[in-house]
Structure formats: structure tokens, C-alpha cells
Write a protein that binds this ligand. Sequence first.
Ligand SMILES: [Zn+2]
Length: 126
Amino acid sequence: MNSGNSSSFVFNLPTLRTWLIWLAVFWLLGLVGLGWLVRSLLILVAFLMLVPVIVLIGFRWWVHRNVLQAPCPVCQAQLIGLKKTSTQCPSCGTTLQVVEGQFQRLSAPGTIDVDAVDVTVQVLED
Ligand SMILES: [Zn+2]
């Protein structure tokens, strides 16, 4: 138990020494009259730490708004595509576009899509 504490203390001592040296450097710069330099460095470090977080949050928001996951209207395979672009189904090869939150076949103007209805024939015997 005691050896574990001493090894963590030895492991943390260089880190603590580094922080103390930085603190002393900042304190000396403040004494000399370069406190504005210390403050601007701290603001720069905070800015550099915040920018990736803001970019990540913005990218997730953009993906949430512009990526659609829906089934292909032809073969019912699950697809992922960008809104406002056409995509091709990797399963059946049909070119699709996003209309009102669903994938639709990209067809030439004037083409009418019809759904085939299965009609069963009954033979009446007299
Ligand atoms: Zn398909």
C-alpha cells in the first residue's frame, strides 16, 4: 500500500515541478509588467482548446440536419445519404433523390411511377 503511494508520488513529481516552473515564470512576467502577455497567452490557450469542441459540435449539428437514413423505395435496403443531393443505391443501383425526408427514384420529367397490384384470378366451375 505504501509502495503504491510512493510510486505515484515519484511519478507525479516531474509533472508538479513543471507546473511550478510555469507558475513561477508567469508570476515573474507579471512582476516585470508583462501581465498582458500572460493574459493573452492564457486566452490563446483557452481559444485553442475551445475551437475543436465548437467545430465538433457544429459538425454534429450539420450532420444531424443534412444526413438522411431511410429505406430504398425499390429494394427496401437501408441507405444513408445527404439531403439536396442525388445518391445511388448500392444494393440495386437505382439513382435516388431526397424528397420530403424520403428517398425517391430520380426519373425523367413526365415519367409516371405506378405500383403493380397483384390480381388473383378465381376460376369458377359450374
Ligand atoms: Zn435499392
